[in-house]
Design a protein around this ligand. Structure first.
Ligand SMILES: [Fe+2]
Length: 385
């Protein structure tokens, strides 16, 4: 029998699907982003306003009106991961290290700097690149409580947060998790674009379609048993909401289409009986066994199917000298993909999405109109990546 180590070695790096974006297609994305940026600069009284959340109506309109101009290869490359790995590396967009300036010390600085004219040229344009790619895949969206509702999030290590279970951390292992597992409107696809990664810090990916479980374990884990709670960065308002048990394993599309919803750090496992806890622990061990790593290079984009694979990050030593790892992240909804019908009844613990690309008839109501709305908080420094 193979050891875990040799098994991992066998799986890495060939087990993550890889797609090459033709050079001309990569250039076309960057050129279109540059054109849209120029158009906005000419059109808007305050162009920096468009960079704050990237939800300015004219920006959304431009993305929607022009994304169809991109070569067909872009849409093809951005389709959901097609293998059991549940993840795909798309390579690669043309960029150079010196065009974005130093890695910002926090997501707030990254967002602010993209509005600074001297830096804005490239940083803002790359946010538009991310939106064009994400829009080629589905509907990009954000969270009111995350990085001020920005549609493109910046993932950089932040001093003082080294040991958190968060995207701002570095020294600690970021445990595998489903992105925003607690919420029924969590992303179908998670997109991570790499601007800089000098130490080849790896993102980890574990697919539920590679784990081995007994029929009894699958049955237990498919039974709604425990809730998944919002992480602490959402504040403490979630106690006002009922915490409904959900299944860890689920499938909306047939027995061969196994999917999961998993975030052990926010799952109150002590509330389950010993049999369930044993099955959950076995799943955890299996996700560790099948874990593969993706050390993204600049210009590469990682697509994670958030229903099929969990993701995390290996520990690393941050430099805090402007050369650190810098990723851009976008949540994507696939309108054609079903979820369990029962999820429609979940309250989402009061957290709301920012969904400007959703069809007009389906736009969420404005925030602040319900008594259960929570105050957006500084989730950005604590989020997963
Ligand atoms: Fe994450």
């Amino acid at each position: 029998m193979k050891s875990v180590l040799s098994e991992r070695k066998t799986l890495h790096p060939h087990s993550i699907e890889r797609r090459e974006l033709p050079a001309a297609a990569g250039r076309a994305v960057r050129e279109l982003a540059s054109e849209i940026s120029t158009t906005l600069d000419v059109t808007l009284d305050d162009p920096a306003a468009a960079t704050r959340t990237l939800t300015h109506p004219l920006l959304i309109e431009q993305i929607d009106a022009r994304v169809g101009e991109l070569p067909a290869e872009v849409r093809h490359a951005m389709r959901p991961p097609a293998t059991a790995a549940g993840a795909t590396i798309v390579g690669r967009l043309p960029l150079t290290d010196n065009e974005f300036g130093p890695t910002p010390p926090s997501w707030r600085d990254a967002a602010r700097w993209s509005g600074v004219p001297a830096i804005r040229a490239h940083s803002f344009q790359f946010d538009l690149v991310m939106l064009l790619l994400a829009r080629s895949a589905g509907e990009p969206f954000g969270w009111y409580g995350q990085q001020d509702g920005r549609l493109v999030n910046n993932i950089v290590p932040a001093a003082g947060h080294e040991h958190e279970q968060s995207g701002a951390s570095s020294k600690t292992l970021l445990s595998p998790h489903t992105e925003d597992a607690f919420h029924p409107e969590r992303a179908h696809l998670l997109m991570l674009g790499c601007l800089r990664n000098p130490d080849l810090v790896a993102t980890t990916v574990s697919s539920v379609r590679r784990v081995e479980l007994s029929a009894a374990q699958r049955a237990l884990l498919s039974t709604p048993t425990l809730p998944i709670l919002p992480d602490i960065s959402y504040g403490d308002g979630h106690e006002r909401y009922s915490a409904a048990p959900i299944p860890t394993l689920w499938s909306a599309a047939g027995p061969d289409e196994q999917t999961l919803r998993y975030d052990p750090a926010y799952t109150p496992i002590d509330g389950a009986d010993p049999e369930f806890r044993t099955a959950y622990a076995h799943l955890t061990a299996e996700l560790e066994r099948v874990c593969v790593t993706a050390a993204l290079a600049p210009g590469e984009v990682l697509l994670v199917d958030n229903d099929v694979a969990v993701h995390g990050r290996v520990p690393f030593a941050a430099r805090y000298d402007g050369t650190d790892r810098w990723l851009k992240r976008v949540n994507i909804r696939l309108p054609e993909r079903p979820r369990r019908a029962e999820e429609a009844d979940e309250n989402g613990y009061g957290q709301r999405i920012v969904a400007p690309f959703r069809a007009a008839g389906a736009l969420p109501v404005e925030r602040g109109t319900h008594e259960w709305d929570v105050v957006p908080n500084d989730r950005g420094t604590l989020e997963h990546s």
